[in-house]
Design a protein around this ligand. Structure first.
Ligand code: NAD
Length: 478
């Protein structure tokens, strides 16, 4: 028996959770349930995180959490429980299998069978945002080496364990050479350790287009957080329906399993909802717990039920479906099909399931790090970059000099284009004149001088070289 934490959630949550638990218990899942309350009631009782402190203790103790969808009340101040849970518990990998059930569930992609592995903790989702000038706001995109190594290794280990042939990486490293560049570089480095698995990298735009058009060309796809957020919903939808997909959120210690859809409040309490998404989450959980025979039995019974045309309203289609059933009847049909295998759809085998055991991240030795310049960001509402350059140049001295000004990344001085549209947010790059390196005192001196000269600096960004390699982007057009 493994003790797991269960939250029944809001809206259709309690009904689909009851159906899911009934099915997996009938299949012999060795689980003991400890229930917690999360979501709407907790939010409305004044807890803006949607979960009580004691519930965290239970989740952390049991380590495995099966969660039904919850309703986040409208209006400001309520924090997304999903995001908080992922970050607090370090659930770095989001795993979402997307398989089409052709011809029983309508899809344009009968051969589709892919798994999206999305980095779940960093990227733009660190949520570090600032308004800096009247016209410009920013969001910091943070990508870390441990973050990349963990998710990329997870993707390869997943592929290995489930007998998948290929891992594809999606990034936009032609533009974001540092952040997405690191993700791609780590993919190449770690890929070498898996010679038996085919590897490829796609630029995200054309990769996403290819995935939406020809998903059968992909097997496992790994990507940073934001791209994964968008594309995992696209993949689930084109496979047949977001209502049919489950996902796993995996950390080094804890894991959370769920459906990907929401609480569908309009369908609540009517015995209408499709429990398949949450059931898919529960199957991922059973594999994670090592109860692979139970997981396999449930999945094959579910496939058998779908191909028998026993469908809830959301996937019911005249001519394809046989019987329209409610949540409970659907669950009963799956239970009746336990130990049976589908005949048209491909039966699954989870002989090699179980939680992946990944090595802990080991910090690399520190590189040689030299300060080789500084970007001073300036709030200035003029329009002629030459005028700004004349003012800002005066901050330089015999040690450091202004070398470039950009506006939203594009070089506007020296030799900018009159046509380039400029906002009030300017990046002024200072570099040492003779030596390759400079001291931090120089930055303080520049800032003090800017105050004296009434130049409104809003932030600085240090330019570093790591092991003598410049580690910052050039100005576009530089
Ligand atoms: P939703 O996924 O709840 O519903 C979208 C549409 O799909 C609706 O028409 C709904 O009836 C249908 N649908 C969804 N799941 C279904 C199922 N299992 N069976 C049959 N039909 C189903 O999305 P929404 O309406 O945008 O959001 C409703 C609430 O859910 C919001 O409060 C939102 O914040 C929350 N939400 C929660 C989660 C989560 O807890 N993981 C995820 C997404 C949305």
């Amino acid at each position: 028996m493994t003790k797991i934490t269960v939250a029944k959630g809001d809206g259709i949550g309690p009904e689909i959770m009851a159906a899911t638990l009934a099915i997996i218990k009938a299949a012999g899942a060795k689980i003991e349930i400890e229930e917690i309350e999360v979501g709407e009631k907790v939010y409305l009782a004044g807890n803006t995180s949607g979960i009580a402190k004691e519930s965290w203790d239970i989740i952390r103790r049991n380590k495995v959490f099966l969660k039904a969808p919850i309703t986040t009340p409208q209006g400001g101040g309520y924090k997304s429980l999903n995001v908080t849970t992922r970050k607090f518990l370090g659930l770095y990998a989001n795993v979402r299998p997307c398989v089409s059930l052709h011809p029983f569930v309508k899809t344009k992609h009968p051969q589709m069978d892919l798994v999206i592995i999305r980095e779940n903790e960093e990227d733009l989702y660190a949520g570090i945002e600032h308004q800096q000038t009247d016209e410009v706001v920013q969001c910091l995109k943070l990508i870390s080496r441990p973050g990349c190594e963990k998710i990329v290794r997870y993707a390869f280990e997943y592929a290995k364990q489930y007998g998948r042939k290929k891992v594809t990486c999606f990034t936009k490293d032609n533009i974001m050479k540092q952040t997405d560049g690191l993700f791609h570089q780590v993919f190449d480095e770690i890929g070498v350790e898996y010679p038996e698995i085919e590897k490829e990298h796609w630029i995200i735009d054309i990769g996403a287009a290819k995935m939406a058009d020809t998903p059968e060309a992909f097997d496992v796809i790994v990507m940073p957080n934001l791209y994964g957020d968008v594309l995992s919903d696209v993949a689930a939808q084109i496979a047949g329906s977001v209502g049919l997909a489950g996902s796993a959120n995996i950390g080094e210690e804890c894991a959370m399993f769920e459906a990907i859809h929401g609480s569908a409040p309009r369908r609540a309490g009517q015995n209408m909802a499709n429990p398949s998404g949450l059931l898919q989450g529960a199957i991922l959980m059973l594999n994670h717990l090592g109860q692979t025979e139970v997981a396999e039995n449930v999945q094959n019974a579910w496939l058998k039920t779908i191909e028998a045309g026993i469908h809830t309203y959301d996937i019911f289609k005249e001519g394809v479906s046989q019987v329209k059933v409610g949540t409970q009847e659907f669950a009963q049909a799956v239970i009746a099909n336990l130990s049976k295998k589908p005949s048209t759809l491909k039966a699954v085998s989870y002989a090699k399931g179980a939680a992946l055991k990944l090595p802990k991240y080991k910090r690399k030795p520190a590189a040689k790090k030299d300060l080789v310049g500084v970007d001073l960001f300036v709030h200035w509402s003029g329009t002629n970059p030459d005028e700004l350059a004349a003012n800002v140049k005066a901050l330089g001295n015999s040690e450091v000099q202004l070398t470039m000004i950009t506006n939203r990344g594009i070089k506007v001085w020296p030799e900018g284009f009159r046509e380039t549209f400029c906002t009030d947010h300017w990046r002024c790059r200072f570099k040492p004149v003779e030596n390759n390196t400079m001291s931090k005192q120089e930055i303080i001196r520049l800032l003090n001088k800017a105050i004296e000269n009434k130049i409104d600096t809003i932030k600085t960004e240090n330019l570093y070289a790591f092991n003598d390699k410049p580690a910052y982007s050039l100005g576009q057009g530089q």
